[in-house]
Ligand binder design. Structure first.
Ligand code: GLN
Length: 452
């Protein structure tokens, strides 16, 4: 059923770069046989799943949305893919994304833009736009995304679904094509918080193949959903609701949707506390130094020698530069230039080092806030989904919209975006974001599930 939905809807939505029909049908048949034989099947037995195409799948083309990897077939599965398969899940296709996960609209994909299932002229968000659209359109009940500065939470918000960015280190990134390694996290996207919790139980846990993987115990996130909200302290950050002169101001309809959701959390027993995250406005400039710096280093491996397509030239340097010029898109080139510049000697003190210092201040803000509260509530994105092409000429406007999401990645803390109604303006979904302290996903699931 999922495969036929994919085939029927993909020509309009473009949520998938490739389908995995053959493998999926074989896995489904094998699963049926196991069930018939009374064998033990996992907690996700037979559940169809869409996997972001920046995550390696053995024998199945993995492009990262780039011409560079147009024909790359990984010889191995990412750790999370192994875990999902072991739990019985079936990968139905590889979901579209911004090239190398750089973007907020999936417009930067070499394979074309993904449309928002709620409105065909709007973006699905990004960079995990295909993963979000697949769930919102009912193609698969769940999907996997990755989030470096908001790429799970923002498309979840734009498509009216639930998405989780776990704590840095909670989920293995082995097999995720790296964008910015100190920020990247893989996480689940689904209709509800409880479905995300089921997936998180499967995805989480230590992996020796990822040196940043944490050894912390993994609680039963599904069981945590059932705790009521009596006594839960929710922080309301005043900076999130201020209107900034740079245009990153919060849309009025989004504000009222989020405020109504916070009222509902109070009715469920939570109390609100005003908190201060004074460095919030520096999250975007800090992120757009740190992320391109790390990207410029990570993407140096795409040189025409390994993995990728190769352009012929007279000499080695010519081959490198032609391969990279022809096979990287504009946004990727912009980030590599930005990152290389910010790391070059003479500028690194003013840029990379300064950004790392501000990053620490952002982290300190969270530490102070979590002494007083258990969760922080606010909007996921300042607006609802925008029109395709609306920000095409102005990458900066698109960057500014990461104001509420990028700081969680800089600090390493987990966040969830869940739908909280529709805008009176355009009828599109609004997202509520909850953030918790390091390894505090249980509290996110508890509040999100009780709200839903
Ligand atoms: N929108 C942000 C960017 O363009 C975040 C992307 C992401 O989280 N992968 O970098």
């Amino acid at each position: 059923e999922s495969i036929s939905q994919l085939k029927a809807q993909n020509p309009t939505l473009n949520a998938f770069v490739s389908d995995c029909e053959e493998a999926a049908r074989a896995e489904a048949a094998a699963m049926d046989a196991k069930i018939a034989a009374g064998e033990n099947v996992g907690p996700l037995a037979g559940v169809p799943i869409a996997i972001k195409d920046g995550i390696c799948t053995k024998g199945q083309r993995t492009t990262a949305g780039s011409k560079m990897l147009e024909n790359f077939v990984p010889p191995y599965d990412a750790t999370i893919v192994q875990r999902l398969r072991a739990a019985g899940a079936i990968c139905i296709g590889k979901a579209n994304l911004d090239e190398f996960a750089m973007g907020s609209s999936t417009e930067n994909s070499f394979f074309g833009v993904t449309k928002n299932p709620w409105s065909a002229d709007c973006v699905a968000g990004g960079s995990s736009g295909g993963s979000a659209a697949a769930v919102a359109a009912g193609i698969s009940p769940a999907s996997i995304g990755s989030d470096t500065g908001g790429s799970i939470r923002q498309p979840a918000s734009f498509c009216g679904i639930t998405g989780v960015k776990p704590t840095y280190g909670r989920v293995s990134r082995y097999g995720l094509i790296a964008f910015a390694s100190s920020l990247d996290q893989i996480g689940p996207m689904a209709r509800s918080a409880k479905d995300c919790a089921i997936l998180m139980n499967v995805l989480s846990g230590h992996d020796a193949k990822d040196s940043t993987s944490a050894r912390n115990d993994v609680p039963d996130f599904v069981a945590d959903c059932d705790q009521n909200l009596k006594g839960l302290r929710i922080g309301i950050c005043k900076q999130y609701f201020e209107n900034e002169p740079d245009g990153s101001g919060l849309n009025e309809n989004v504000r009222s949707g989020v405020m109504a959701a916070i009222e509902q959390l109070k009715e469920l027993g939570a109390e609100t506390v005003e908190i201060d995250l004074p460095h919030t406005r520096y999250a975007v400039p800090t992120y757009y130094v740190v992320a391109p710096c790390e990207a410029s280093s990570n993407l140096s491996r795409f040189d025409g020698v390994r993995y990728t397509s190769r352009e012929q030239a007279k000499d080695l340097i010519g081959m490198y530069s032609k391969t990279r010029k022809v096979n990287f898109g504009d946004e990727v080139i912009r980030r590599i230039l930005l990152g290389t510049y910010s790391l070059s000697s003479g500028y690194d003190h003013e840029l990379y080092k300064k950004a790392s210092q501000v990053r620490r201040l952002i982290k300190n803000d969270y530490d102070a806030a979590f002494e007083k509260v258990d969760l922080i509530a606010g909007p996921t994105v300042p607006t609802t989904a925008f029109k395709i092409g609306e920000h095409a000429k102005d990458p900066l406007a698109m960057y500014l919209a990461d104001v509420f999401t990028a700081s969680a990645n800089l600090a390493g803390v987990p966040g969830i975006s869940l739908p909280c109604g529709f805008s009176a303006d355009d009828g599109l979904p609004i997202g509520l974001q909850l953030q918790a302290n390091m390894f505090g996903e249980s509290t996110l699931f508890r509040a999100a599930h009780q709200y839903q």
